[in-house]
Ligand binder design. Structure first.
Ligand SMILES: Cc1cc2nc3c(=O)[nH]c(=O)nc-3n(C[C@H](O)[C@H](O)[C@H](O)COP(=O)(O)OP(=O)(O)OC[C@H]3O[C@@H](n4cnc5c(N)ncnc54)[C@H](O)[C@@H]3O)c2cc1C
Length: 455
């Protein structure tokens, strides 16, 4: 069996450093190039530390996936060590938009046509279970992270998109009982101050969280349950040991663990070449505006939902959990150009959707790294004895919570580890060694498709 080595250095930054010549009036005086979420819940800045010489389970990566697994395993009485290359909270789990949904890149209609209704129902029931796992985690662990069921508005620019959306949601209602309401153009203005959209679907039971506070809550609960969390300590090698288990090597020392879970998603690096050939890392970008007067906020996003444009290249907008700022995400998968550059572009994009955003300044602009897969499915696998969960294709808040726990149950060997996501092959592409050079081109193609569909 081979060894797995990492070239990842501590805290490999993607805080972009090129400051360009963009209009300075767009930026608030206290502009930051760090996630808005870190104002309330910064990552735990820790010193590198030696891992314990032995553990039942070593988890690589302290994001939502790794921490949910650690919590379940520690509660089941296992000695768990969680190792992260960066500060605790360095990864995408504290950088995302905080949408809690049931999103899969394969529609219910597509799954039904390809595999039959029973399979589509089984998959989408698990999407619901993933959503429910966040609700349960927040409730049972009493994590104060602004979780709320606010409803999601899926916006359509063209009649064709609107009809597609209605058909898909009608199928889900018939087979799963999921609720939705289609809103005509005349009602969209009651939801968002934009004239771009010809209609929308309101899905009332989806939610949102403050991802920084959610992650901090998970860190605290996992540590309280007995898991050892170590930051700034990259795993450089995972080597099988004769007779069972693995040596998990870091610059600070080695842990011998019976089981290993790799939960590194978009930050996976070269630690495990088999995994690297199967993941497609890509960057996503967000901005936050400075605080708005309540009257202005009530005019721009009066109903306080999460909003997405019904496109392949996702555009999303929401209020901050305290209701004071607008958060906006787009340009996923485009090349990093610098936080100011990207922030100014996103600001202009947001103002094309809601024109009054042009009167606001940006307080934060940041990026985070996700991972897609070649078949656009999330995956949970055991390969060469090592466990992995990830490749969530932008839905890691529910899927990381859910599959992190599933991975723990699989390690414990109990029936709760069963999931439809473990039953699929995990494909790669010939010649793909991990460099995602094709992502900008693919995103451009998605953008063209979106523009065509919204004509
Ligand atoms: C801007 C943005 C917006 C998003 N919006 C949403 C959203 O609204 N809703 C949603 O559901 N999802 C969203 N996502 C996706 C979601 O954030 C991720 O899918 C999820 O956080 C993945 O969690 P994770 O625990 O698997 O990985 P991460 O949180 O990325 O953690 C992986 C960790 O592994 C560590 N690591 C890597 N290599 C090593 C090594 N060799 N040794 C030790 N540690 C290592 C990294 O330092 C990192 O901390 C968004 C993502 C981004 C970037």
């Amino acid at each position: 069996m081979c060894e797995y080595r990492s070239s990842m250095s501590r805290g490999r930054g993607h805080e972009v450093d090129r400051v360009n010549d963009v209009n300075p009036s767009v930026f608030a005086a206290d502009f930051k190039e760090t996630p808005y979420w870190w104002d309330a819940a910064p990552p735990d800045v820790v010193e590198p530390a030696a891992p314990p010489p032995r553990a039942d389970v070593a988890i690589v990566g302290a994001g939502i996936t790794g921490l949910n697994a650690a919590l379940v395993l520690a509660r089941a009485g296992r000695n768990v060590v969680v190792l992260d290359a960066g500060d605790l909270g360095h990864g995408a789990s504290t950088r995302n938009a905080g949408y809690v949904g049931r999103s899969l890149k394969h529609s219910f209609g597509e799954l039904m046509a390809r595999h039959g209704a029973a399979y589509a129902v089984a998959v989408y029931r698990e999407m619901q279970a993933a959503f429910d796992s966040v609700v349960a985690r927040v409730r049972d662990e009493e994590i104060a992270c602004g979780f709320k069921i606010c409803g999601r508005l899926v916006l359509a620019k063209a009649k064709r998109q609107y009809d597609d959306l209605a058909r898909e949601l009608e199928l889900r209602k018939t087979h799963l009982g999921s609720d939705f309401t289609m809103l005509p153009r005349s009602s969209v203005r009651d939801e968002i101050a934009s004239d771009l959209y010809c209609g929308a679907a309101l899905i009332p039971d989806l939610g949102a969280i403050h991802p920084g506070l959610y992650h901090r809550g998970l860190r605290e609960r996992a540590a309280a349950a007995g898991a050892i969390l170590i930051g700034r300590t990259p795993v450089e090698r995972i080597a099988p040991v004769a007779g069972g288990g693995f040596d998990v090597a870091t610059p600070q020392g080695t842990t011998r663990a019976r089981d290993v879970l790799v939960a590194t998603n978009g930050y996976s690096g070269s630690l495990w070449p088999w995994l690297r050939r199967r993941l497609i890392p890509f960057d996503a970008y967000m901005i936050a505006t400075e605080p708005l007067a309540p009257a202005l906020m009530n005019r721009l996003l009066p109903t306080d939902r999460t909003y997405i444009d019904h496109v392949h290249d996702i555009i999303s907008m929401r209020r901050s959990p305290d209701g004071t700022r607008i958060l906006f995400l787009w340009r996923t998968g485009t090349r990093p150009t610098g936080a100011r550059d990207k922030g100014a572009q996103l600001w202009a994009d947001a103002a094309r959707i809601v024109p009054e955003i042009a009167t606001l300044k940006i307080s934060h602009s940041w990026t985070g790294r996700c991972a897609g897969t070649f078949d656009l499915w999330p995956h949970i696998v055991r390969h060469d004895g090592i466990h992995f969960a990830g490749g969530y294709c932008f839905a890691g808040v529910p899927m990381g919570t859910y599959l992190g726990a599933k991975a723990a149950h699989r390690i414990l060997g109990n029936a709760d580890g069963a999931t439809v996501f473990a039953e699929r092959d995990f494909p790669t592409m010939p010649f793909h060694a991990g460099n995602p050079w094709f992502v900008p081109a693919v995103m451009k193609w998605y953008g063209l498709r979106d523009r065509w569909a919204s004509r």
